[in-house]
Design a protein around this ligand. Structure first.
Ligand code: HEC
Length: 216
């Protein structure tokens, strides 16, 4: 039996931790782990302990909190954007909107604030009928916006400027013109004002009721 000559001699001085088993010439050293590795390992244990306490017992780092923080940040950014880019709607620049979202917003405003006097179907009670072709103050989007904004306080139609944003006033005016104008609902209030042809042209625009709203 020939003596097996290992290619790598075991350095007895350096490798004092040689274990006493051997398989097919493979021998194992029981060296201690390098300190950097050990401290990293202890570090992860410490981290896990702290994390478990914070996460499970103190309710920190939850997904809801992170979501909420992101929503708050998005809202802030939106508010900043709106402040930097104000929507300039007034009775001169307002345009009729027809998208479903704006009209739904207009309907929501109408159903909340306007229906007591103008009725849910626009037929009118205290306030005039929106579904006939007669208008006290005109039937263009600009006319409606002006009346909604400034009101006709002397006649019982208040100014909504302080309660509604420019967009809301535009949306509710668009809603009235889209949903009610020309519908002539049954049982509607008797016509008030002047007959307006389609397109907003007054047949005889002679009314100047008291409490007329300021023109801008
Ligand atoms: C307290 C009752 C009342 C409420 C609430 C009310 N209105 Fe009026 N509204 C009136 C009266 C009264 C007039 C008629 C004013 C006049 O005689 O000049 C009027 C007139 C109007 C006109 C002009 C109609 C025309 O013939 O030219 C518009 C448009 C209008 N209202 C929209 C609204 C909107 C939009 C709301 C809800 C945000 C609203 N009103 C809420 C009482 C009301």
């Amino acid at each position: 039996m020939t003596e097996h000559k290992p290619e790598f001699e075991i350095n007895e001085k350096l490798d004092a931790n040689l274990m006493d088993h051997e398989y097919d010439g493979i021998r194992e050293l029981d060296n201690s782990l390098p300190p950097w590795w050990l401290y990293l390992f202890y570090g992860t244990i410490l981290f896990a302990l702290v994390y478990v306490v914070l996460f499970f017992f103190m309710g920190k780092f939850s997904q809801e909190d992170e979501l909420q923080a992101q929503i708050t940040r998005a809202e802030q950014e939106l508010a900043e954007y709106r402040a930097a880019n104000p929507i300039s709607i007034d009775e001169n620049s307002v345009t009729l909107v027809s998208d479903a979202t704006s009209l739904a917003d207009g309907k929501a405003t109408y159903d909340k604030l306007c229906f007591p006097c103008h009725l849910a179907n626009g037929g009118g009670s205290v306030g005039p009928n929106f579904t006939d072709d007669y208008w006290l103050h005109g039937n263009t989007i600009n006319d409606l916006y002006r009346i909604i904004r400034y009101g006709v306080p002397a006649k019982g139609m208040i100014s909504w400027e302080s309660q509604l944003s420019p967009e809301q006033m535009r949306n509710v005016a668009s809603f009235i013109l889209t949903e009610f104008k020309g519908k002539n609902v049954a049982g509607g209030k008797a016509p008030q004002g002047d007959l307006y042809a389609e397109g907003g042209m007054a047949a005889a625009d002679t009314t100047a009721p008291e409490g007329e709203v300021p023109q801008q």
